[in-house]
Design a protein around this ligand. Sequence first.
Ligand code: UD1
Ligand code: UDP
Length: 392
Amino acid sequence: MGVRLAIKQRVMFCFGTRPEAIKLAPVIRELARHPMEFHPLVLVTAQHRQMLDQVLRVFDIRPDYDLDVMRPGQSLSDVTVGVLRGVERVLRQVGPDMVMVQGDTTSALAAALAAFYERIPVGHVEAGLRTGDKYSPYPEEMNRRLVSSLADMHFAPTRTARDNLLREGVPRGRIRVTGNTVVDALRAIRASKAKWRVPVLDRIAPGQRVVLVTAHRRESFGPGFDRICRALQRIVERSPDVEVVYPVHLNPNVRRPARAILGRNPRVHLVEPMEYLPFVRLMERAYLILTDSGGIQEEASALGKPVLVMRDVTERPEAVAAGTARLVGTDAEVIVSATERLLRSTAAYRRMARARNPFGDGRASTRIAAALRRFSVPKAIDFGRRFPRLPA
Ligand code: UD1
Ligand code: UDP
C-alpha cells in the first residue's frame, strides 16, 4: 500500500471566442468542484471581446489573464502572433502542469503552439473533427489538424472523431471519447432558473413561425453571404407566416451584407449577438434553424430542431446521420427549396424534428476530469518531468 500524495494539477484553460467559452465553461466548473485535485486557471486571449464577455458573465468565469488581442477587422496572422506572444509570456510566468484548448480557432492553435514551445502538455477538447477539405471550413480544418499534432491528450466528442484521430496515427491510449461539452453547457443553461426576456419575440405574433438564422464562416464571405441573404429575403416574401430572426455576428464582413440586403425587411429581424440563455430560448421557440455554425448544429440536434446547414461540407456528419441536419450549401435556390419543404410538408418536418443526441449525454466534463486525473502527473511530484505519463 503506497501513500498517495494529493497535489493539485494546475490546468490552464486558454481560449478566446464565444463557442470556446461555452464549451469550456462546464470543464472549468467541473475542475473547480474538486479543489483538492485541480487548480483551474483561465487565460482568455479575447480574440472576441463582446461576444466572449457575454459568455464569461453567464457562466461566472473570471479570467486570471486577459490578453485583449481583439482588433476590429483583425487578420488571422494578427491573432496568431498576438496570442502566441501573450500565451508564451503567461506560461513562462505561471508554468502550469497542463494547457487545455478547445476546438479549431486561431486562439486554440496559437495557444497549443505556445504550450508546445514551453514543453507543457496540451489537452484538446473537441478533438478529431474533420471535413477532409483543407479550405472548408477555413481556417478551422487546418487549425484543428495542427492542434491534433501538438496535443498530448485528445478528448474526442464521438467515436467518429476518435476514428479520424486513429487514422492519422494518434495512439489509442491518448484519446478519450467523452461526448461534446456543449451538451453539458446546454443542460446547465436549460436547468437555470434565471429569468431572461427575448425582446425580439415581443415583436412576433405567437402564431408566426420563426426561422432562426446565424452565419459567419469566412469561406462564405462575399458572394456566398449575398446568396444567403437573398435566399432569406425570398423565404419571407413567399411565406407570410414566417419571420426570420437573425442575431448578426460582429464580424464586419457579415454585418455589411446582412444590413444592406435585409435591413429594411419588416419580417427579417436583425438583432445583436445574444446572451447564451435567451439564445437557447430562441432556439427552442424556432420552427427551424438555418446556420453555418458548428455549435448550433450540435445544439439543434440535442433540442430536436431541424437544422439546414449553409455549408458545402460538415465536420459533424453525426447530425446528418441522425436526421436532424441537412447540408444545403450557399446556393440561394437550394436554401429556399429546402426551407420551403420543411415549412410545407409536415411529414418532412417531423422526420427531422426528433431530438437525437449523437453528441453526448451531458457528462463530457466529468469524463475529461477523470482522464486528467488518470494521466496527468503534476510537476511537483514528477521531479520536473513535464510530460504526462501516457500509455504508448
Ligand atoms: C472566430 C473563429 C471561428 C469561430 C467564430 C465563432 C478563427 C479564425 N475564427 O471567427 O472559428 O467559429 O469565431 O464566432 O479563429 N468582432 C467584434 N467583437 C467580438 C467578436 C468579433 O467586434 O466580440 C469582430 C471584429 O471586427 C473582429 C472580427 O469580428 O476582427 C472577426 O473576429 P475573428 O475572431 O477574427 O473571426 P470570427 O469570424 O469571429
Ligand atoms: N450563440 C449565442 N448567441 C448568439 C448566437 C450563438 O450564445 O447570438 C451560441 C450558440 O448557442 C452556440 C455558440 O454560440 O453555442 C456558437 O457560436 P458560433 O456560431 O459563433 O461559433 P461556431 O460554433 O460556429 O464555432
